[in-house]
Write a protein that binds this ligand. Structure first.
Ligand code: FES
Ligand code: FE2
Length: 397
């Protein structure tokens, strides 16, 4: 079914190539400029988006074995993700049941048990409290009441989503709206995490707007990769998640071929974004690769941090690794010196308060849909979240 959808999107693309048209939104859309800097608005986004939505926080390929773990922070919440002995992924608040210390330092590793650095209480991969240092002197407690608090987690398509709220009853599957079936065509579970780094940027939405926007490519990136890049884009949506593709004349040749022979890698071209904070763009440095960018708001409305993950389909040999490093450095430079340098100045300008609203054209449907979903979430109470996402299960384009 999902491959049929890939073919259907390609046919949609071909029809626009032949007609020399692009699909777009109905109207030009306005976003209040204050949505990029107002501290109260930003705090609501932190509470209602980043503390309530499933966030893509880890990759299957960085924790394939039992005992592998990753500790990180998202939405201001310290999180510990691990693979248990049965191979299932678990997620917990990275907070000790004794007096709340963070148990594992940020980063990845493999361990038989989790031991708190403060007084050495220990937990297993299920989060159960298994050991209390100097138990006799500490006194009696019911250990079964003092495990690590579990967070909702789902592993799909080689990617791991966690909701940074132990009380959430939002179904991550419903939230994904079938998009995970599309992403599964990349087969990321078998890929290789080549390298990872962090880049500082402006307000998270100023930064994210750029990932949904091909309109700027030949302009802002004219001195790097952009001069020959298409600036026309079409958006394919599964709930709030969107694939961005430009009209691609090279698809037209497929019309002469059986559909099952259409090249899947080609059908996956473009940028695949995952609401509210991830973008996956394909490259070819050192072999088939993608840059998977995870955006996180910083400590104030004017800051964000982007974790760039360079994933490769195959583990590179020495020569390919050199190429991959060069490609990754180039991409980091483009994002830091072109996208985010521009975004930081845009931030300063907007913060003057002298602008009422910014515009997203009919050709910027992705930004329109993204801001529309953020606004929708700010108005949706917790008990209506599942309903909100289950009403948007049909892919639209
Ligand atoms: S806070 Fe963890 S053992 Fe004391
Ligand atoms: Fe850009």
């Amino acid at each position: 079914m999902s491959r049929e959808l890939l073919v259907e999107m390609a046919k949609h693309n071909i029809s626009h190539v032949k007609a020399n048209t692009v699909a777009g939104a109905d109207e030009v859309f306005k976003v209040p400029a204050s949505h990029y800097y107002d501290p109260e608005h930003w705090q609501r986004e932190m509470d209602q988006v980043f503390r309530r939505m499933p966030l893509l926080l880890a990759l299957t390929c960085e924790m394939p074995n039992p005992g592998d773990y990753r500790a990180c922070e998202a939405g201001g919440v310290p999180i510990l993700i691990c693979r248990d002995q049965a191979g299932a992924v678990q997620a917990f608040l990275n907070m000790c049941a004794h007096r709340g210390a963070q148990i594992m330092p940020e980063g990845n590793g493999n361990t038989h048990r989790f031991t708190c650095p403060y007084h050495a209480w220990t937990y297993n991969h299920q989060g159960a409290l298994t050991g209390i240092f100097s138990h006799k002197e500490f006194g009696d407690i019911d250990k079964s009441c003092y495990g690590l608090r579990k967070l909702p987690v789902l592993e799909r398509a080689g990617l791991i989503w966690v909701i940074p709220n132990p009380d959430s009853d939002l179904s991550i599957e419903t939230f994904l709206s079938g998009y995970d079936d599309m992403l599964a065509h990349f087969n990321f579970a078998d890929w290789h995490l080549f390298s990872r780094r962090a880049v500082a940027g402006p307000n998270w939405k100023i930064a994210y707007d750029g990932y949904l926007d091909l309109y700027h490519l030949p302009i802002l990136h004219k001195n790097s990769f952009g001069p020959n890049f298409p600036h026309k884009s079409m958006y394919y949506a599964w709930g709030p998640h969107q694939r961005v593709a430009s009209p691609d004349p090279s698809l037209v040749a497929y019309e002469e071929m059986d559909e099952q022979d259409w090249n899947t890698t080609h059908l996956l071209s473009g940028v695949w974004t995952i609401f509210p904070h991830v973008s996956i763009a394909s490259f070819d440095g050192g072999g088939r690769s993608v840059m998977l960018s995870q955006l996180f708001p910083g400590k104030t409305p004017a800051e964000s941090v982007t974790v760039q993950n360079y994933l490769m389909e195959n583990e590179p040999d020495e020569e390919q690794a050199k190429e991959a490093h060069a490609q990754f450095e180039f991409l980091e430079m483009v994002v830091r010196d072109e996208d985010y340098a521009t975004g930081l100045k845009q931030q300063t300008a907007l913060q003057t308060g002298f602008k009422d609203h910014v515009l997203f054209g009919r050709n910027e449907e992705g930004g329109q849909r993204f801001h529309g979903w953020v606004d929708k979430l700010l108005q949706t109470p917790d008990n209506q979240l599942n309903e909100l996402f289950s009403n948007s299960q049909e892919p639209s384009f």
